[in-house]
Design a protein around this ligand. Structure first.
Ligand code: GUN
Length: 287
C-alpha cells in the first residue's frame, strides 16, 4: 500500500485565502490585525523563519513589525520593548523567535508577553489553559498538525497516538492536543527505552525529533497515519536538500497517510500563526 499524502501546502493556501476574507471583514470595522516579531541575534534558521512570517503577514493583509536586536543585547531592553508592545493598540500578537542567546531566561521573556497577545501559545498561562482543555492560543506547529489530521479525516477518539519529542514548542503541546481529542497518548524522547516498541503501536505517529530519516519503515504500524514535523537540511554530499524526520520513501509503503517534507507541516506552522493573530484581533471586539 502506498500512503495518501496529506498536503500541507494546499491546506495552507486554502486557509490563507480564507484569512484574507477575515482581514477584510475586520478592516470594514476599522480594525487591522498586527503582529510584532522580535528576533535576537543572527541564527540563520531564525532569520529565515522570521522573514517568512513577515512575508506571510503581508500576503494576507496583516500588519507586521520586525524588531531585531544584536546577539549581545541586554535582556532588559527586550523586556522594555515587550512592555511597550503589550500596550500598543495596533499590535494583537507578539512573538519572540526562539532560541534566544545564552544571557536570556526564556521563561522570563515569554511570561512578559501579555497572555492575550501570546500568539505562539508559549506563555505559562496559555500552556495551562491548553493543559486544562480550554485553550486560548494553540502553539502553531501542533495546531497545524491538528488541522492536517482534520482534513485527513483522522478520527482520534480511542486511537493510539505516539509523539516522538517532548519540546515545549511541539512535543508537549502536541501530546495535549491529541489527548484533548480523545487519543491514548504516549510521548517518547531521547531516554525512551525500546522506542520502536512504542511507535509500532501507533495509529497516529508524530515525529518531532530533528534527525533526518529517524523513523524507519520497521518502526511504523501498517496503516498508520504518519506526521513528519522535522525539517532537516541534508549535508552537501547527500544533495543538501530538506528532509524530514521520517524515511519518507520507505515509510510511505507502510503507512495509510503521510505528510511530505517539504510541503507538509512546514507551511502550516506560519499559517496557524496568522490564524492566531487574526483571532486575537477578532477577540478584541468581544472584550
Ligand atoms: N523557534 C522554532 N519554532 C518556533 C515557533 O513556533 N515560535 C517561536 N517563537 N520560535 C520558534
Amino acid at each position: 500500500m502506498t500512503a495518501q499524502l496529506i498536503d500541507g501546502k494546499a491546506l495552507a493556501e486554502t486557509l490563507r485565502a480564507s484569512f484574507k476574507d477575515r482581514v477584510e471583514t475586520l478592516a470594514r470595522q476599522g480594525k487591522h490585525p498586527g503582529l510584532a516579531v522580535i528576533l535576537v541575534g543572527e541564527n540563520p534558521a531564525s532569520q529565515v523563519y522570521v522573514r517568512n512570517k513577515v512575508a506571510a503577514c503581508e500576503a494576507v493583509g496583516v500588519h507586521s513589525e520586525k524588531i531585531v536586536y544584536p546577539a549581545d543585547v541586554n535582556p532588559a531592553a527586550v523586556l522594555a520593548k515587550i512592555a511597550e508592545l503589550n500596550l500598543a493598540p495596533n499590535i494583537h500578537g507578539i512573538l519572540v523567535q526562539l532560541p534566544l542567546p545564552r544571557q536570556f531566561d526564556e521563561d522570563i521573556i515569554l511570561k512578559a508577553i501579555a497572555a492575550e497577545k501570546d500568539v505562539d501559545g508559549f506563555h505559562a498561562e496559555n500552556v495551562g489553559a491548553l493543559a486544562q482543555g480550554n485553550p486560548r492560543f494553540i502553539p502553531c506547529t501542533p495546531y497545524g498538525v491538528m488541522k492536517m489530521l482534520e482534513v485527513g479525516k483522522v478520527d482520534l477518539r480511542g486511537r493510539e497516538a505516539v509523539v516522538i519529542g517532548r519540546s515545549n514548542i511541539v512535543g508537549k503541546p502536541m501530546a495535549l492536543l491529541l489527548l484533548n481529542a480523545g487519543a491514548t497518548v504516549t510521548v517518547c524522547h531521547s531516554q525512551t527505552r525500546d522506542l520502536a516498541a512504542h511507535t509500532r503501536r501507533a495509529d497516529v505517529l508524530v515525529a518531532a525529533v530533528g534527525k533526518p530519516r529517524f523513523v524507519t519503515a520497521d518502526m511504523v504500524k501498517p496503516g498508520a497515519v504518519v506526521i513528519d514535523v522535522g525539517i532537516n537540511r541534508l549535508p552537501p554530499e547527500e544533495g543538501g536538500k530538506l528532509c524530514g524526520d521520517v524515511d519518507f520513501t520507505n515509510v510511505r509503503e507502510v503507512a495509510a497517510q503521510i505528510t511530505p517534507v517539504p510541503g507538509g507541516v512546514g507551511p502550516m506552522t506560519i499559517t496557524m500563526l496568522l490564524a492566531n493573530t487574526i483571532e486575537a484581533a477578532e477577540r478584541e471586539d468581544v472584550a
